[in-house]
Design a protein around this ligand. Structure first.
Ligand SMILES: [Zn+2]
Length: 269
């Protein structure tokens, strides 16, 4: 399994469009791994996770082709993950396609928004629910319940294929008990976990800071869900987290956790 991190920034990206934080200023001055577009990922070139406002830029930057997608999988409906209007470019009159070439998966909020916005559209839209697995292109995909947005079933996603298991958790606070319980069933070869708040924790329940990432990984280690062989990467870093890429590398390096950046590739073989 090959996972490409197309974007690794928080909701307003880094540098933030309207932000003058230290991290935003550093990113503007230095570029490189500190420039973070909105969080998204692609598995084996075909399973697209989330469709945020930077999708065009990310696909073009990486030399990728959206016509290769077999599935578009939404984690939740926040604007940095769900740029609904952009989906219209998948069919006529922007090209000659009569049908959307990929299947769309999302929770009830996502499905309702798509159907209301595009009532006549040639879409295949499937509603996802936490802990209800489904199949696409030979992958078994299991949404698990995140602790992120009130009023909707926000997902993290587990992908299984060819004996390999990968967890994508872009937006999640500390998981609810039911999710911890479910995670006992999995042994992860790879995992991407959010680190939105970096070194500047807030009172918001729906995101993790750097210390909480360590706590989550330690608990997963004790459960046997991750081991020293699990490839662990971070994502969804906010400019408000008071942490540059290099500062995060210094913090996470001793814990065998890789700091994500736009364009990073994770190979699970
Ligand atoms: Zn987000």
């Amino acid at each position: 399994m090959k996972i490409q991190l197309l974007g690794t920034g928080g909701a307003d990206g880094v540098p933030a469009l309207y932000g003058d934080t230290r991290v935003s200023r550093f990113a503007r001055a230095n570029g490189g791994k500190d420039v973070r577009s909105r969080t998204a990922a692609l598995i084996d070139g075909i399973l697209k996770i989330d469709f945020g406002p930077d999708t065009w830029h990310q696909m073009t930057r990486e030399g990728l082709d959206a016509r290769d997608w077999t599935a578009l999988l939404f984690t939740h409906s926040d604007a940095d993950h769900f740029a609904l209007d952009e989906i219209q470019y998948a069919v006529f009159p922007f090209n000659d396609y009569e049908y959307v070439g990929f299947q769309v998966y999302g929770n009830s909020v996502i499905c309702r928004a798509i159907i209301e916005r595009f009532p006549e559209w040639p879409f295949e839209v499937f509603m996802t629910e936490s802990f209800q697995s489904f199949e696409n292109s030979g992958y078994t995909i299991t949404p698990i319940e995140a602790n992120h947005t009130a009023g909707e079933d926000s997902h993290n996603l587990i992908f299984e294929s060819d004996g390999k298991t990968f967890l994508y958790g872009s937006d999640t606070g500390i998981w609810p008990d039911v999710t911890w319980e479910k995670l006992k069933d999995f042994k992860l070869d790879g995992m991407v976990i959010e680190c939105t708040e970096g070194f500047a924790p807030t009172s918001y329940y729906g995101h993790l800071d750097a210390k909480e990432v360590l706590e989550v990984v330690e608990r997963l280690n004790k459960m046997g869900t991750v081991s020293s062989d699990t490839k662990i990467w971070t994502t969804h870093h906010s400019h408000q987290g008071e942490a540059t890429h290099d500062e995060l590398v210094e913090f996470f390096g001793p814990h065998n956790i890789n700091v994500g950046y736009d364009g990073a590739v994770i190979e699970i073989a």
